[in-house]
Design a protein around this ligand. Structure first.
Ligand code: NOJ
Length: 528
């Protein structure tokens, strides 16, 4: 295989990169079967180049029975036929590099699919087999072993254990089709270092590490001791989350990444009780970035936003890692809907995020201002948490509806064969085609903002913001290099003295010289 690494070399490119998440099944359908695929992604790479992002993170496209939309991997080195072939993946990497885009792939190391060869053999070989040691198989509790081995709950609802016909139980923190690996087993550690190398050899620029906080379980798999475990996620160290032992794994991965030229990176999906504990994943000999879920979960409130920004920047400084920012992804309600203020608030939130120092993650469709689809009929839903009654009401399908590209009716240029989740009938005005060239459109706002991030010295880089005095409900800060970002989080206009020339605004403004009313739910970038 020829290593493909012809993107312009740049040290630390990731420190202020804008990384765009592609959710393959919903991005673009190249073969007309209603499901997005690698051919579709490849054909739309020029769109991402023109949008102005630096890198693309691809959610899983590996061979998978799709019990959790590909986060149940049956073969880490193969492409699922519904997405294409390995040569298709190589072509995406090659074309992306040719366009100056980097590619980050998803790595799912906490669990695999119940159709993974190891798990199938473990089941077939029975209790006491060496293959079972690569997972967490246990005898049950109770007289006849009819109770799960401990009280852990699955994040998708119900017990975290499933019993197999020979009487043993296996652990799955997610769906029963996603058995957890036993990371104390050397074969598991060796296998994932080899998987890293497989994709690095193909030329990928990095990995997004799924459930990075979950790999190591507390010795003896102790009971939690109480119910409502889901409520505790992210509030404290749990026997299955954020155990200190995970860090050795990331140190060993870092040595693999560093063997490769071209600044290859890893970004952790790590849910931890505090941002300080997240920073531990980003020590200089561990991973490069982590998603900032603290920021994603912050309400649209000036004081809360300031606190989240300060806390995030302060936590990363001691480990010299860039802070990251994110508003939407494939697991949460789209921020246009979640923040409760419609499109204007979503646009204001985006401009605030893109003015902060560090790296920003975008989720496909947010550049079109897509809302969450909240009225999907039960029969089309696919999110396993919907079926496992985790109290999440199947929320994750509503942000996964395929993108509208062009035309007036569904599937809006997504492909020629419908779309695996139905698109709303009123998305014609939201297509890429409809928004392109319209200076007031959300797509053009993103394009302008991302182009400014490339050229303006005050955007992206650095690790500080200088807070400025501002009226109640307004967030204002200066970035070194002469940029002031002002955000009105309230619904009412606020009179302001403009600190300079308006560089970009999330909403059309009517500035009279020097002094004007900043409308509600609006962010403005001023050049001093
Ligand atoms: C986090 C992923 O983002 C989510 O979609 C998935 O269901 C879980 N990890 C389990 O892999």
């Amino acid at each position: 295989m020829t290593p493909q690494h012809d993107v312009t070399p740049a040290t630390d490119w990731w420190r202020d990169a804008v990384i765009y998440q592609v959710y393959p099944r919903s991005f673009a359908d190249g073969n007309g079967d209603g499901m997005g695929d690698l051919a579709g992604i490849r054909s739309r790479l020029p769109y991402l180049r023109d949008l102005g992002v630096d890198a693309v993170w691809l959610s899983p496209f590996y061979a998978s029975p799709q019990a959790d939309a590909g986060y149940d991997v049956a073969d880490y080195r193969a492409i699922d036929p519904m997405f294409g072939t390995l040569p298709d993946a190589e072509a995406v990497i090659r074309d992306a590099h040719g366009l100056g885009l980097r590619i980050i792939v998803d790595l799912v190391p906490n669990h695999c699919s119940d159709q993974h060869a190891w798990f199938r053999r473990a089941l077939a070989e029975g209790p006491g087999s060496t293959l079972r040691e690569r997972f967490h198989f246990r005898k049950g509790r109770g007289e006849n072993g009819e109770q799960p081995p401990n009280d852990w709950e699955s994040l998708f609802g119900g017990p975290a254990w499933t019993r197999v016909p020979d009487g043993e139980w296996y652990l799955h923190l997610f769906a029963p089709e996603q058995p957890d690996f036993n990371w104390d087993h050397p074969a598991v550690r060796d296998e994932f270092r080899s998987v890293l190398r497989f994709w690095l050899d193909l030329g990928v620029d990095g990995f997004r590490v799924d459930v990075a906080h979950g790999l190591v379980k507390a010795p003896g798999l102790p009971d939690m001791g109480h119910g409502e475990q889901l409520r505790l996620l992210g509030n404290q160290v749990l026997p299955f989350f954020d155990q200190d032992g995970v860090h050795d794994i990331y140190r060993s991965w870092r040595t693999v990444l560093d063997e490769y030229a071209g600044d290859r990176i890893a970004v952790a999906e790590a849910w931890t009780p505090t941002v300080e504990r997240t920073a531990r994943y980003l020590r200089p000999d561990e991973l490069h970035q982590a998603f900032n879920f603290h920021y994603l979960n912050t309400d649209w409130d000036a004081a809360a936003l300031r606190e989240a920004i300060d806390t995030s920047l302060d936590a990363m400084r001691p480990v010299s890692a860039p802070t990251t920012w994110v508003l939407s992804n494939h697991d949460v309600v789209r921020h246009r809907t979640r923040l409760g203020g419609g499109l204007e608030r979503a646009r204001a939130a985006t401009l605030l995020m893109l003015a902060l120092p560090g790296s920003a993650y975008l989720y496909q469709g947010e550049e079109l201002g897509l809302p969450e689809v909240t009225d999907l009929p039960d029969e089309v839903r696919q999110d396993p948490s919907f079926f496992r009654d985790a109290g999440q009401e199947g929320l994750r399908d509503g942000c996964r509806v395929p993108l509208p590209w062009s035309g007036d009716v569904a599937p809006y240029g997504f492909g020629t064969g419908g779309s695996w989740l139905p698109q709303p009938a009123d998305w014609a005005a939201l297509t890429v085609e409809a928004q392109t060239g319209d200076p007031d459109s959300t797509l053009e706002l993103y394009r302008t903002a991302l182009s400014l991030r490339r050229t303006h010295p005050a955007l992206g880089a650095g690790a500080f913001v200088e807070w400025l005095d501002a009226p109640a409900g307004v967030v204002a800060f200066r970035r070194p290099g002469g940029l002031v970002c002002t955000v009105n989080t309230t619904a009412a206009p606020v009179r302001l003295a403009a600190p300079g020339r308006v560089l970009l605004s999330s909403r059309r403004l009517d500035p009279s010289d020097g002094d004007f009313a900043l409308p509600g739910d609006t962010t403005v970038w001023f050049e001093e």
